[in-house]
Design a binder for this molecule. Structure first.
Ligand code: PLP
Length: 509
């Protein structure tokens, strides 16, 4: 291993015309090359090595990559490391393995020479010291850094022009992009098999941005009766203001869908599958064919499935939406949402979002990114426990009805089986009793939280007649939300513990 110690005084020269920036020329101490490994010395010129190490040490890459097409983004944190590695490889493949990646560079001291020269007061030091010159980029951290910045800076006007014209990859402003969020978007695209994903501040805003960007004023959409209530409220109250009309079909009513497509210029069919709260399933392949033959788009809200259980884009959907608040983040600690699909469509949503806002905070992006690392483990566990719980509840004498797509009694069990690899962690059911009995049951369970939301590690239970529909008996009647309906989101606790808890709570009614 080669350990290279550089004093900041030796590194920074101010012969860049006094301008702070990554164009700063690096001058290395006389013993610098000697301290590299034999292979590195043999294979690299002094200048080449200097550039490589500088790239890993400086706050900007030594040779700044040009994206060429405008699609590429993200610099510094990842690209400086990549630039260093590829430069080393170019100099010598052996050197890459033996010398450069192991080279550890000393941290610059608190105030560099350049900073001492240029930042003459506490005021200027307070703003810039330690952050502008010689800031270390932790390319060797395992986790993705949280980049809390509202804006990005450019070395000079030419770099900005290069950025505008797609030759220099960067970001410009926090509303238009963030490296932490971008990593999250890439992870989501990989899981949904999407060309592109845009992450936003909430699942609701993901739907709003998608509908605003893709449904023209005066257009027509189709949706289903069973869905998240706020999505329905948005469609009923806000879309008419843009002259957008809507047909609402029952989830299994394919004739009604065909009728709506035949008699309207439908822009988009937007449906959840499974739906909230009855977990109805829509045949994605079938409805995508129906929609596409009439020139309509299909957008699936796949929040209840997660990309582990269902990949709607591979089944023909044009877009997939998630409330990332649920399974994606998975820890009941953050709100977010995303839209995935073809780049051509997601870019339209992105452009709208860049104007309107609804930005995901970088700290929230990090929490979601971290949560997603265990998405497959959590969802598999929740699938297993939920299926066992649904089977147990269906047999229980105090349960009137169970809604779970994994049960043969579910009206779309055949669809769920063919398009999902797991049936999800939410089980809805009706207890054999009235409003008060149901309330007593909910108040008697001890492990699940009595709360809204679902999909997290902690089990959550609620009575939709109170939690989501308390204000409207009329709406409860229209959408079949009975007083005895329970929505049970199963967490990652032990099945037997949860079952025993339900058993004791059911014994109270
Ligand atoms: C199916 C579905 N879609 C979208 C949303 C809205 O997501 P968020 O709460 O993240 O805004 C929810 C919320 O519960 C939901 O259940």
């Amino acid at each position: 291993m080669a350990t290279v110690s550089l004093t900041p005084q030796a590194v920074f020269s101010t012969d860049t015309g006094g301008v702070l920036g990554s164009a700063t020329i690096l001058r290395f101490p006389p013993n610098f090359v000697r301290q590299l490994s034999t292979k590195a010395r043999r294979n690299c010129s002094n200048i080449g090595v200097a550039q490589i190490v500088a790239a890993a040490w400086s706050d900007r890459p030594a040779a700044r990559p040009h994206s060429g097409g405008g699609g590429g983004r993200g610099r510094g944190v990842v690209s400086s490391h990549a630039a260093a590695a590829s430069a080393a490889a170019a100099a010598s493949p052996a050197a890459e393995a033996s010398a450069i990646p192991n080279a550890k560079v000393a941290q610059p001291s608190a105030v560099t020479l350049a900073e001492r020269n240029l930042l003459g007061s506490d005021a200027s030091l307070a703003v810039h010291a330690g952050e502008r010159l010689g800031r270390r980029i932790a390319t060797d951290a395992i986790t993705t850094p949280v980049v809390n910045t509202s804006a990005y800076w450019f070395n000079n006007s030419q770099e900005l022009i290069d950025f505008k014209e797609g030759r220099h990859s960067s970001f410009e402003y926090g509303r238009y992009g963030n490296p932490t969020t971008e990593a999250l978007e890439k992870k989501m695209s990989a899981l949904e098999k999407a060309e592109s994903t845009v992450f936003v501040a909430s699942g609701m805003y993901a739907s709003v941005a998608m509908l605003s960007a893709l449904v023209p004023a005066g257009g027509h959409i189709v949706t289903t009766t069973d869905c998240y209530r706020k999505t329905r409220i948005y469609m009923e109250t806000e879309l008419p203001k843009r002259g957008i009309s809507m047909t609402v079909i029952k989830p299994a009513d394919m004739d009604a869908l065909q009728n709506a497509l035949d008699n309207n210029n439908v822009s988009l069919f937007f449906t959840e599958t499974p739906t909230n709260p009855f977990l109805r399933c829509i045949d994605i392949e079938l409805v995508s064919n129906m929609c596409h033959s009439k020139g309509a788009l299909l957008c699936i809200d796949s929040t209840f499935a997660s990309p582990i259980n269902q990949k709607a884009l591979t089944l023909g959907a044009d877009l997939v939406i998630h409330s990332a608040t649920k399974y994606i983040a998975g820890h009941n600690d953050v709100i977010g949402g995303c839209v995935s699909g073809r780049d051509e469509l997601v870019s339209k949503v992105r452009i709208y979002h860049h104007v309107v806002g609804g930005v995901l905070n970088p700290n929230a992006a990090y929490l979601i990114l971290r949560g997603m690392k265990t998405l497959h483990l959590r969802v598999q566990c929740q699938n297993n426990t939920a299926l066992r719980m649904a089977q147990f509840l269906e047999e229980h004498p105090k349960i009137a009805r169970v809604y779970y797509p994994g049960l043969p009694s579910h009206p779309e069990h055949h669809i769920a089986k063919s398009q999902m690899t797991g049936f999800g962690g939410v089980v809805s059911f009706e207890v054999a009793g009235d409003f008060d009995a149901t309330r007593t049951f909910i108040d008697s369970v001890k492990i699940p939280y009595h709360a809204p939301s679902f999909g997290g590690c902690e089990s959550i239970i609620d009575q939709p007649a109170i939690m989501s529909y308390w204000d409207s008996k009329e709406q409860r009647d229209i959408y079949g939300i009975k007083d005895n309906l329970i929505r049970f989101s199963i967490g990652v606790e032990d099945f037997e513990d949860l079952k025993n808890d339900l058993v004791q709570a059911l014994a109270k009614i």
